[in-house]
Design a protein around this ligand. Structure first.
Ligand SMILES: Nc1ncnc2c1ncn2[C@@H]1O[C@H](COP(=O)(O)OP(=O)(O)OP(=O)(O)O)[C@@H](O)[C@H]1O
Ligand SMILES: [Mg+2]
Length: 264
């Protein structure tokens, strides 16, 4: 294998027979059952499914933060048993350190990897500008709105230029217009850097707009009901929503959600 090919292969995600059961305080909860899903290097896969079907749990398993009770997750063919260094994560809630500024929270990602954040100041300010937080670099998280915090968290996930991005409803706290803008930016970053992306969303149209394939999950215990390919050329602009292939994919995803017992 050439080194480029080896690097490529390192950016794959595979879930094989993944199941998970929580011993909750109100009794055991089976969150996931028999999940098989492979994300190829540089592929963008979106996951949609009803609330509580196990999407965040699935992402935490890939991130190495939850150990599945059955099956296995692998990154680059190696089983995941702790957080992988070449992964960037955007959690459903921003989880910023409250005592650190926006720039300080972003820099933490570099410090954890032993990279001198001062030498990367230019990269941090470019990202801050990209997400529209210019002028807030020194603000503390409690001085930001929910959407602004989420955008800071997005910078933190991108600053080390990871090969793999795991995103759990990253635009959930944003207004509709910013959300659309961020989708375009994410597509641009993805096209430029060819990252492997696992993207969780409640929005069917956002999933179809962004993804190469959309995995549809059933209600809990979450299983993969279907995987819908999206055959639309890139880069995609918002005019694509008029495209027949777009509406067909949206209809297919909705149909699978309906069949699985859930209407969004
Ligand atoms: N730490 C935990 N302890 C016990 N049960 C949990 C825990 N985390 C999640 N669960 C349960 O697992 C199930 C799946 O939760 P999860 O957060 O993965 O769903 P989700 O699909 O991300 O939902 P949403 O769309 O609302 O974010 C839920 O029934 C939830 O109650
Ligand atoms: Mg969730």
């Amino acid at each position: 294998m050439t080194s480029a090919a080896a690097q490529d292969a390192a950016a794959s995600i595979a879930l094989r027979g993944v199941g998970h059961r929580f011993a909750g305080s109100a009794g055991a909860v089976e969150a996931l059952r028999g999940i098989d899903l492979a994300v190829a290097p540089h592929e963008f896969v979106a996951v949609v499914g009803p609330s509580g079907c196990g999407k965040s749990t699935l992402m935490r398993i890939v991130a190495g933060l939850v150990r599945p009770s059955a099956g296995e997750a692998a990154i680059g063919g190696a089983p995941v048993d702790c957080p992988h260094p070449d992964v960037g994560i955007v959690f459903q809630r921003p989880v910023l350190l409250p005592w650190r500024s926006v720039a300080g929270n972003i820099a933490m990602q570099l410090e954890m990897r032993g990279i001198d954040a001062r030498s990367e100041a230019g990269r941090i300010s470019a990202l801050v500008k990209l997400v529209g937080l210019e002028g807030f670099e020194r603000a503390l998280p409690h001085e930001l709105s929910g959407g602004m915090q989420q955008r800071a968290a997005l910078c933190r996930a991108l600053v080390h230029d990871p090969a793999i991005l795991l995103m759990d409803e990253p635009f959930g706290a944003l207004d509709a217009m910013t959300r659309e803008q961020m989708s375009l930016e994410l597509q641009r970053i993805w096209l430029e850097r060819r990252k492997t992306v696992l993207f969780i969303t409640h929005s069917i149209s956002e999933a179809v707009f962004l993804a190469d394939r959309v995995a549809v999950m059933t209600p809990r215990p979450g299983r993969i009901a279907a995987v819908v390919p999206v055959a639309l050329p890139r880069p995609r602009g918002f005019a694509v929503i008029e495209d027949r292939a777009f509406t067909a994919a949206v209809r297919a995803v909705r149909g699978h959600l309906d069949a699985a017992g859930m209407v969004e």
